[in-house]
Design a protein around this ligand. Structure first.
Ligand SMILES: Nc1ncnc2c1ncn2[C@@H]1O[C@H](COP(=O)(O)OP(=O)(O)OP(=O)(O)O)[C@@H](O)[C@H]1O
Ligand SMILES: [Mg+2]
Length: 301
């Protein structure tokens, strides 16, 4: 399977419907300003990326001129129809796939096709079955250039495991854990990786509603203390609005950015915002956009 050149021209991004203002919310590298007043380059810029899979004579266009930005310390969510190309986009940002055209920049540097620049939690937890749970979490440090001493790393891993309800499972192997527990381990491994930019591909999708809500609260707390740059894929609009500073709404495949929504709620965020008018309005608007895309997909043969 190879990615081949995609000749389709990128479409013009969609309109605003009163909530989305690309002009207002899209800050470029030259305009972002850090707390110290110094101008800072975005943690991530994806510029006009086209990608398609080719198998024998068939070409499947997956990304169609997709561009997005994550500023330093910003939490950005991506929502889009199933199969539109979200995980493929992450594979491209992580350097696992090369796009036919377009660029991936981190801190202003062209890193298109380069691996090892991001901390990544894939959609499937992908734990190593022969390593214990704590050794799976420790892997984040082992593969990094700045490996902390083993005892220190172990104490840190155990502390985190217990904080996500996995105390007592340190010596267990992945097959002894439920899907949701495995997701929490994979999430910790990404969190403890040293790379500044985290890509999270539906990290909570296998969790029951209650655990999911706990994990959202937990992630929000950790993120508000550490302010890593995060790009987060989710199917859950409420989750996106609760966690993110900005949301990109993607089209059907081949995916492009249809809308960009700035989430205006103060931090630290309280769960009560989910009942506020501004929250519910945005939730309704994004659901409508998603429904429109689903309708279009049904009409396309
Ligand atoms: N390695 C591959 N070879 C061929 N086609 C692929 C490959 N990986 C993904 N695809 C196709 O590309 C399209 C986008 O897949 P992708 O996994 O990026 O979607 P997604 O938006 O992450 O979906 P979901 O929300 O269901 O996770 C799909 O049609 C999928 O079948
Ligand atoms: Mg996916």
């Amino acid at each position: 399977m190879t990615l081949k050149y995609n000749e389709q021209a990128p479409p013009v991004p969609g309109g605003s419907a009163g909530i989305t203002t690309r002009e207002e919310s899209h800050r470029t590298a030259s305009t972002a300003t850090s707390d110290s007043g110094k101008q800072s380059l975005p943690a991530l810029e994806v510029q006009d990326v086209h990608a398609s899979f080719r198998e024998r004579r068939n070409k499947l266009s997956v990304l169609n001129g997709l561009s997005l930005t994550v500023e330093q310390g910003e939490f950005v969510a991506i929502v889009g129809p199933s199969g539109c190309g979200k995980s493929t986009l992450f594979h491209i940002i992580g350097g696992l796939l090369k796009p036919q055209t377009g660029l991936v920049l981190m801190n202003g540097q062209n890193v298109t096709g380069q691996r090892g620049k991001i901390s990544y939690m894939p959609q499937q937890p992908a734990l190593f079955p022969w390593r214990t749970i704590e050794d799976n979490v420790l892997l984040a440090g082992e593969v990094s250039a700045h490996t902390p001493p083993k005892a220190e790393a172990l104490a840190e891993a155990r502390k985190w495991l217990s904080s996500v309800g996995l105390g007592g499972f340190e010596q267990a192997y992945p097959h002894m854990l439920s899907g949701g527990m495995q997701q929490r381990v994979a999430f910790l491994r990404a969190l403890l990786s040293p790379q500044e930019l985290m890509l999270l591909d539906e990290p909570f999708s296998a969790l029951d509603a209650l655990t999911r809500s706990d994990m959202q609260r937990w992630l929000l707390d950790i993120w508000e203390q550490n302010r890593r740059s995060v790009l987060f894929i989710t199917h859950n609009i409420e989750e996106a609005l609760l966690l993110a500073d900005r949301i990109y709404v993607l089209s059907n495949r081949p995916a492009t950015v249809l809308h960009e929504v700035r989430v205006p709620f103060d931090r630290p965020r309280r769960e009560e915002i989910t009942e506020e008018k501004a929250f519910l309005e945005r939730k309704r608007q994004i659901s409508e956009w998603m429904k429109e895309e689903q309708k279009k997909a049904r009409l396309t043969p």
